[in-house]
Ligand binder design. Structure first.
Ligand SMILES: Cc1ncc(COP(=O)(O)O)c(C=O)c1O
Length: 455
């Protein structure tokens, strides 16, 4: 099978640039500034994104960005870590409290790296992993080798997909049990069961399956990349209490920190995880982002409950408004969503790729999405049947349910009514004027998208 989930981009002709260094330098700085302004004028609905607080941005711009601190705090490979160690100990303590975790490793530099550390710590190449398929919400880091998925391509895992119930939009418990029994008979008992995903509307059945999977000696990892902020705020399932052995995550999606990753687990697994993270997966672990994580965890401990509750209310309000406007919103049977995400089947109006491009022209930033049935129908990642929306960033900007109705109206204007996209972009810009500051944080003097010149 060719990579019908992800097509590889064409390699464009590369040529030696004739542009002068000074012109290129100015160009890059000017593009950065223009980008910030564009996002300040737009409706950002990418479900894997968020906006960090000014304090997190300050950490990212600090001298921690320029240092090395390989290893565990207190046992570094380099000198110069006096203050870095203090921050990292505090970061771990805050993370432990936030996720009620015995053991945390804050060093993975992304969610994918956190997943790879788990694969390396608890499986060998050739082992079988149970994971959600991409059209049923799985992430490419759980994917097969033939799709260039990280688990298959980089760690040599053999991936078996969970049976998925497209109406309930979650993993099918009974069929999963049957499948595991069949895999055992075929001599392919999975070593690792991966829960969690990129399309994640409803909690996965961790507590329903944990005992069963453990009776086959499987290690259970929960990939909370998307929903970590909701878990921290007490608005989603609590995987470590439901039977997961570890939880991996990104620190920048619903959890509103800097780009990065993290692993939460139990003391009994700490040695394997620590080794896999360093020296296995990272040498230096991006210390400015580690400091940003500490700040975001403190913010989350203080404001996370209110934030997460509003995220889920906003997602539901947007789903309901879109459904009332004629969109086929998935998960209707279960009230559309219990997370920050909404998934819409857009096939009545075009395909996900075209609609994504149209909305972008109207300053509405969403992503096209493979949905159940797409691959069988011959659709691919460039022109899938769906779009995915996430409301974490809009919530962080202070938006509530009434603004969600307005957002749905803008989307309808573009996708259903085919109104002039330039005109909608101007209306969006006007709408955004009142929502420029980041909320749910200790200090917010500057706007979330203000371009900070420190030259
Ligand atoms: C379920 C899941 N896991 C892992 C990742 C990768 O996270 P990162 O971009 O932090 O590597 C993503 C990214 O969107 C994801 O959705």
């Amino acid at each position: 099978m060719q990579s019908d989930v992800f097509k590889l981009g064409k390699v464009s002709g590369q040529c030696m640039s004739r542009i002068s260094p000074r012109v290129a330098y100015n160009e890059v700085l000017s593009l950065l500034k223009t980008h910030n302004q564009w996002f300040a004028d737009s409706i950002p609905l990418i479900a894997s994104e968020n906006i960090p607080s000014p304090a997190v941005r300050e950490a990212i711009a600090s001298d921690f960005a320029n240092r090395y601190a390989e290893g565990w705090p207190g046992e570094r490979v380099y000198a110069g870590c006096t203050y870095i160690d203090k921050v990292e100990f505090r970061c771990m303590e805050l993370a432990q409290k936030l996720f009620k975790a015995e053991f945390v490793d804050v060093r993975p530099i992304s969610g994918v790296v956190a997943n790879l550390a788990i694969y390396s710590a608890f499986t060998n190449p050739g082992d079988v992993m149970l994971a959600p398929s991409i059209p049923s919400g799985g992430h490419i880091s759980h994917g097969k080798k033939e799709h260039a998925g990280t688990a298959g391509l980089v760690h040599g895992l053999d991936i078996e997909f969970y049976p998925f119930d497209a109406e309930e939009m979650t993993i099918d418990v009974d069929k999963t049990k049957q499948k595991v029994q069949e895999l055992e008979k075929a001599g392919k008992t999975p070593k690792l069961a991966m829960f969690g995903g990129s399309v994640f509307l409803f909690p996965h059945p961790v507590k329903e399956l944990a005992d069963f999977l453990k009776s086959y000696k499987m290690f259970i990892n929960y990939d909370g990349a998307h929903v970590a902020g909701l878990i921290a705020g007490g608005q989603f399932q609590d995987p470590l209490r439901e039977g997961a052995d570890a939880m991996t995550m990104s620190t920048h999606k619903t959890l509103f920190g800097p780009q990065g990753g993290m692993i939460c687990s139990f003391n009994k697994y700490s040695d394997e995880i620590k080794k896999a993270t360093f020296p296995g997966m990272t040498s230096n672990h991006h210390l400015h982002h580690m400091a940003g994580k500490a700040i975001a965890f403190a913010e989350m401990l203080e404001f996370g409950k209110k934030y997460a509750a509003q995220v889920v209310k906003n997602a539901k309000a947007l789903a309901e408004a879109l459904s009332s406007s004629g969109f086929m919103v998935l998960g209707e049977k279960r009230g559309f969503t219990k997370s920050h995400q909404i998934v819409v089947n857009v096939l009545s109006f075009g395909d996900g790729g075209t609609i994504e491009a149209d909305l972008e022209k109207a300053n509405i930033i969403i992503n096209r999405q493979l949905i159940p049935g797409d691959i069988k129908a011959g659709r691919n990642y460039f022109h899938p049947g769906g779009m995915r929306l996430g409301v974490a960033e809009l919530t962080r900007l202070g938006m509530k349910e009434s603004q969600m109705k307005q957002v749905a109206e803008f989307i309808k204007n573009v996708v259903v009514d085919k109104k002039d996209k330039k005109k909608i972009a101007l209306e969006v810009k006007q709408f955004r004027k009142k929502f420029q500051k980041v909320r749910y944080c200790f200090e917010s003097k500057i706007g979330g998208y203000d371009y900070v010149k420190i030259r």
